[in-house]
Each structure stands twice: as structure tokens, then as C-alpha cells.
Design a protein around this ligand. Structure first.
Ligand code: NAI
Length: 338
């Protein structure tokens, strides 16, 4: 017991130190697409993060207003807004983490793949600028279809000679957030204690929540697991339909994006055992990119963790998602090289 209390004393001491600006390293976070539906609340949430010292908000339009507004919040970071391509370099210079929610969202009836043509071009040009102005930054890709935009980013960085697979992340945190929320509701356990890994990709059936590994454990019936899986896979569509033409998930996505960026910052700052699910370059399956649990560290990905044991239902889901995920990955690679 004495060891335990020594450890908990030590960690609460560390936690206190972590929140004082004197002992926290300077970190610049950039939001590309900061004036958008996700970008605005995400910018606010990053302004609330004590690990951020400099918050750079970039968009093709509307950033001066967002930056002025967010800058009045009395927290640590200095906020600067940048508008238009001419200011993109300044926005990116010195970045530790670049979060990309730039692009168009889905409307009812659209799949994430329908966004491909517009968003692929936006991501390609933003990543070209990243390779020039902040090649060492951790890139958090939110723009959809993530299953293709992450491979596009990788190809752009490879061409520029700056690719580091440890620094490129597809943000799938919203799938995890949804899986946790929906599971807690059915399992009747406190949501704050729930953990559910989500693997695969970030679209439809490529999203595979592993409820067999969910904690706290609950003995849910198979048909409940099937329904929870489907609801997690269709979570984005649930919001798109409810918004009825006014866009896709923005508030919950901003929350999820802020969680993932915070995990990246903690990793960079040397906090041990920071583990999040993310869509990254991977050897866990035969696919070149795959979402699974990832340990974050001072250089980004420290370790891509394995899938653990899967139920038969999950094994089946894994085999079913592979062809679709591979074709989205290949589509991204092809676009980047054309
Ligand atoms: P939005 O249309 O409200 O905002 C997008 C912003 O991007 C706009 O302010 C626009 O001016 C800006 N933008 C466009 N071209 C740009 C460029 N070249 N450089 C910088 N900024 C540019 O869209 P919303 O709802 O914020 O969604 C953004 C993206 O995030 C979409 O692709 C959407 O599908 C994706 N998304 C991803 C999720 C995920 O879980 N990874 C969840 C929800 C949405």
C-alpha cells in the first residue's frame, strides 16, 4: 500500500506541474480550416488546453473574426489568425501539431467517398505546405475521407522527402467517442470509465469497434453488440441526417479532435503510456494503413499496438472491411501520384 500511495503522490505532483505554464514546454498548434463547423469549436477547445502556448488559426476566409473571438479567452496560449494562401507559410512555421479539418462536409445521401474530389485536392495542397514549412510537425488528419486523405498526405510527404510515418495520423477518435457513449448506454456503466478500441478505418463498415474488449465488461447479448456496432459505424450518418443538409458532426468532432491533439501533445511532452486509436501506417494487417491502438511519444507514434483477441463477429467484420479499406487507400495513393 505504501508503494501505491507513493506512486499516486508522485503522479498528482506531476499532474500539478503539468498544468503550470513555467514547467510546460512551448507548443505551437495549428488548425487548418479553423473557421469551419469543426474548426471553430476545435479552436476554442485548443485555446482551453494548457499544453498549448501558441495557437495558429488558418482558413481561406473568416479567420480574423474567429481568432479575435477565441483570443479573448483568458488562457495560456497566444492566438493568431491567418487568412488566405499567402499567409499559410507563416501560419505553419514552427508548428508542433497541425490539425486539418479543412474541406467540405457530407450532406444527406452522400458517403465520405463522395467528398473525395474536393477534399483530396485541399489536403494535397495543405500537405505540400506542411512539408515545406513544418516538416517535423505531427499531422492530425480530420478531413474526409480519412481512409484516402491519410494515404494522400503520406504520398505528398514522400515526394517532398519529408515523410515520417510516425508523424501522420488519421483522426478516428470520434468513432471511439461514439462507441464509448453507445456502449455505456447499453451496458449501464459510467461512461467516464468506459474504454472501447475501434480499429480498421473511418467510413461505414471499415469502422470496427471491438466491444469484446470493452471495459468495464458487460455481458451484452449478441444482437445488442451487432446493433451497437452498426450504430457506431453509422454515427456520422445519424448526425448528417439529423442536421438535414446543414453539414455533418462538428461539435462532437471538435471534442474528439481536441482529445486526440491533447494526446499528441502529452506524447511530445514525454508523458508515459499515452495510448489512443488512430489510422496510421501499419504492419498489424496486410493493409498499408490501419487504425488500431497506438502508443504516442516524443516522436509521434512510439508503437503501433496489435489488435488483441477478436470475437468471431469481429473477425468476420475485419475480413469484410479489408477490400473496401484497401480500395480507399489505393484511391488516395493514385490521386496523389497523378
Ligand atoms: P465546413 O465546411 O463547416 O468547414 C470547412 C472549412 O474548411 C471552411 O471554413 C473552409 O473555408 C475551409 N477550407 C476549405 N478549403 C480550405 C483550404 N484550402 N485551406 C484551409 N481551409 C479550407 O466543414 P466541417 O463540418 O468543419 O468539416 C470539415 C471536414 O471534416 C470535412 O471533410 C468532414 O467530412 C470532416 N469530418 C471528419 C470527421 C472525422 O471523424 N474525421 C467527422 C466529421 C467531419
Amino acid at each position: 500500500r505504501s508503494l501505491h500511495s507513493a506512486v499516486s503522490r508522485g503522479s498528482s505532483h506531476l499532474a500539478r506541474r503539468g498544468y503550470s505554464s513555467e514547467s510546460t514546454p512551448e507548443r505551437k498548434v495549428v488548425v487548418l480550416g479553423a473557421a469551419g463547423g469543426i474548426g471553430q469549436p476545435l479552436s476554442l477547445l485548443m485555446k482551453l488546453n494548457p499544453l498549448v502556448s501558441s495557437l495558429s488559426l488558418y482558413d481561406i476566409a473568416g479567420t480574423p473574426g474567429v481568432a479575435a473571438d477565441v483570443s479573448h479567452v483568458n488562457t495560456r496560449s497566444e492566438v493568431v489568425g491567418y487568412q488566405g494562401e499567402g499567409e499559410l507559410g507563416k501560419a505553419l512555421e514552427g508548428a508542433d501539431v497541425v490539425i486539418i479539418p479543412a474541406g467540405v462536409p457530407r450532406k444527406p445521401g452522400m458517403t465520405r467517398d463522395d467528398l473525395f474530389n474536393i477534399n483530396a485536392g485541399i489536403v494535397k495542397s495543405l500537405c505540400t505546405a506542411i512539408s515545406k514549412y513544418c516538416p517535423k510537425a505531427l499531422v492530425n488528419m480530420i478531413s474526409n475521407p480519412v481512409n484516402s486523405t491519410v494515404p494522400i498526405a503520406a504520398e505528398v510527404f514522400k515526394k517532398a522527402g519529408t515523410y515520417d510515418e510516425k508523424r501522420l495520423f488519421g483522426v478516428t477518435t470520434l468513432d471511439v467517442v461514439r462507441a464509448k457513449t453507445f456502449y455505456a448506454g447499453k451496458a449501464k456503466v459510467p461512461v467516464a470509465e468506459v474504454n472501447v478500441p475501434v480499429i480498421g478505418g473511418h467510413a461505414g463498415i471499415t469502422i470496427l469497434p471491438l466491444f469484446s474488449q470493452a471495459t468495464p465488461q458487460a455481458n451484452l447479448d449478441h444482437d445488442v453488440i451487432v446493433a451497437l456496432t452498426k450504430r457506431t459505424q453509422d454515427g456520422g450518418t445519424e448526425v448528417v441526417e439529423a442536421k438535414a443538409g446543414k453539414g455533418s458532426a462538428t461539435l462532437s468532432m471538435a471534442y474528439a479532435g481536441a482529445l486526440f491533439a491533447d494526446a499528441c501533445l502529452k506524447g511530445l511532452n514525454g508523458v508515459p503510456d499515452v495510448v489512443e486509436c488512430s489510422f496510421v501506417q501499419s504492419n498489424v494487417t496486410e493493409l498499408p494503413f490501419f487504425a488500431s491502438k497506438v502508443r504516442l511519444g516524443k516522436n509521434g507514434v512510439e508503437e503501433v499496438l496489435g489488435l488483441g483477441s477478436l470475437s468471431d463477429f469481429e473477425k468476420e467484420g475485419l475480413e469484410k472491411l479489408k477490400p473496401e479499406l484497401l480500395s480507399s487507400i489505393e484511391k488516395g495513393i493514385k490521386f496523389a501520384n497523378q
